[in-house]
Write a protein that binds this ligand. Structure first.
Ligand SMILES: Nc1ncnc2c1ncn2[C@@H]1O[C@H](COP(=O)(O)OP(=O)(O)O)[C@@H](O)[C@H]1O
Ligand SMILES: [Mg+2]
Length: 242
């Protein structure tokens, strides 16, 4: 389980998080929405210990992340995958080499075993045919799927997805959303997804939280958020296309 309790954080002299609190029960997916620059990525960075709160608690499995030493952080990152915007692949490595990076960093597995795991994970995201291609030779959707493979190759219990569909056409985006659901249901992953996309939120979420003024201002299940008349919720989840 992931839990933020009354997290406050000032960056560059500006208070960004002002009492951020939410819970993500094990095996569920929580979607974070909110306008650009409101502090969504900043929130994710607290969960991997890249940022520390000025005040409040950031709990993963009941352990307070800011209090972990470097060894503790290593253990945490071993059980937490991070899908960066656009996949963030390294251009001079092939898809398979990119996906193998977390295994080489966090495990002492023999080469053959690493290759085996990488191929199994690429298969899961429908990318086995692209293993030996370089990122510049594949589409944006394939780069994101490769980024997703890299995020889950260590079989993490948690995955953080930062705008997993930015810049993708609706069909490819939908494939990514279905993969996020599959990762939850097949691997039992606890997920935290940042997105602007209504389609993404409605497909992947168990709960949706909308940030305003540095904290969760509105929260609920998909049916609750669909039915909400709050102007803030309507702004992100109301009518129109995606
Ligand atoms: N390391 C940092 N130093 C100073 N300001 C930062 C830092 N990281 C983020 N910010 C600021 O915090 C705010 C929230 O950023 P971010 O969480 O990236 O927004 P978003 O909700 O779009 O993901 C932005 O105004 C950003 O400029
Ligand atoms: Mg962001």
């Amino acid at each position: 389980m992931i839990e933020l309790r009354d997290v406050h954080k000032t960056l560059g002299g500006r208070p960004i998080l002002k009492g951020m609190s939410f819970q993500v029960p094990t095996g569920t997916t929580y979607v974070l929405m909110g306008r650009s620059g409101i502090g969504k990525s900043v929130t994710l960075k607290h969960l991997v210990g890249i940022l520390k709160p000025d005040r409040g608690e950031v709990l993963v499995d009941g352990v307070n992340v800011p209090s972990l030493d470097s060894e503790g952080l290593k253990d945490l990152r071993r059980k937490m995958g991070y899908l960066f915007q656009n996949g963030a692949l390294i251009n001079w490595l092939t898809v398979a080499q990119n996906v193998s990076l977390p295994l080489e960093e966090h495990s002492r597995l023999p080469r053959a075993e690493i290759r085996e795991r990488v191929m199994r994970t690429l298969h899961l995201v429908g990318m086995d045919h692209a293993a030996d291609l370089f990122p510049s030779k594949i589409s944006g959707g394939m780069r994101l799927r490769a980024g997703l493979a890299r995020a889950i190759v260590t079989e993490p219990r948690y995955v953080l997805y930062d705008e997993p569909n930015a810049g993708l056409d609706p069909i490819i985006a939908d494939q990514i959303h279905r993969l996020i659901v599959e990762v939850r249901d097949r691997l039992g992953v606890t997920g935290l997804v940042v997105t602007h996309s209504r389609a993404c939120a409605f497909t992947v979420a168990n709960r949706i939280g909308v940030i305003d003024e540095g904290r969760i201002a509105e929260e609920g299940t998909v049916p609750e958020m669909r039915a909400s008349t709050s102007p803030l919720v309507r702004a992100f989840l109301g009518g129109g296309s995606d």
